[in-house]
Design a protein around this ligand. Sequence first.
Ligand code: ADP
Length: 399
Amino acid sequence: MKILVINSGSSSIKFKLFDMSDESVICKGLIEQIGANNSRAIITNELSGFKAERDLPITNHGFGIDIMNYLLFESGSLKSLGDIDAVGHRVVQGADVFNASVLINHDVLSKIESLVPLAPLHNLANLAGMRETMRVSPSTPNVAVFDTVFHQSMPKAAYMYALPLEYYNKHKLRRYGAHGTSHEFVAKEAAKLLGVDFASLNAVSLHLGSGSSVCAIKGGKCVDTSMGVTPLEGLMMGTRSGDIDPAIIPFLLKNTDLTGGEIDNILNKKSGLFAICGTNDMREIKARMYGGDEMAKLAYDMFIHRVKKYIGAYLALVEDAKCIIFTAGIGENDFRVRQSVCAGLEKLGICIDDALNESPSHLVREISTKDSPIKIIVAPTDEELAIAQETKKVVESLS
Ligand code: ADP
């Protein structure tokens, strides 16, 4: 079975074609800077090594999907679109409307559309990708896999905001979380490594990338997560502020010329690590910090401080954690960040083994000392593979 996974962001489309007989990747690619004047498309055929890069104007997501299809042929990854057995789409916001992955039909499309106000950039991009794939190959099953589904098990006490109830009742404002596919995938990997049943796993999962979030998992289910109605809440991120005092927003409206839209843009695109030291790349932040840059050090220290704060809170929620899990760009690759996060947590039962932590690997692995009461695990995330697995499950359940 060949499954194509499409992961559309606000200005990009990541795609991967899998051969599900052994879950191997046939090809992967990226369409980036959609709508900007430096848009480009890249594809790599993992079997033949063929690589192509095209700089061309890609004005919208629909056209991006057409370019993707062209590259699938050009790279020799496909002979016909009919060779794709199913397409899996990542959908950022499924709110409380979807509690499982679903086959996409017109009803599903209109429900995803009804959730656009909760995730305007992401859900619109996801919808454009789905509509174009369904248009060009109408007989191929398309499956929506939601970032929010894993978090649907959160108890009401965790997902409600302490706001007048009309905002929940009328506008569905509550915490939904994000990165659910990633948290579930790495927690299952951790359970396998530890030899425990996922349904009994208590863990704190740390997805630390450009966007970062923490998830408290009790008995294999999410009981809390740091992102909220949108992916802005929680940890300090590359360009997102994470938690702030909400009174800052009316303060800025009253005391500056900024509009609500401009404040939204600042909180999402001009805050976080970038706001403090001018870059959102953790590699550059560390290089500058070692060179004596005080603002890079402050950005790094703020990032670590907040991760530690969430670990403490979530250890209390899961009560008897078996492990903490590091994943995503920073969590998987940056041993210094892992070291800084775990420093001083020995009394909480988290004891890192420096040699294991520092030895590079792309495999799921344990980096805690033998006698650490809570194990520390690094688990590479693979959201696309998780989406392909879900898509296969949905398609097989139809036959
Ligand atoms: P996203 O999928 O949200 O775009 P990723 O999970 O790919 O993000 O993480 C991207 C971030 O990971 C980059 O901004 C960079 O700071 C960080 N990163 C990637 N590789 C390394 C590395 N080797 N060391 C430290 N940080 C890294």
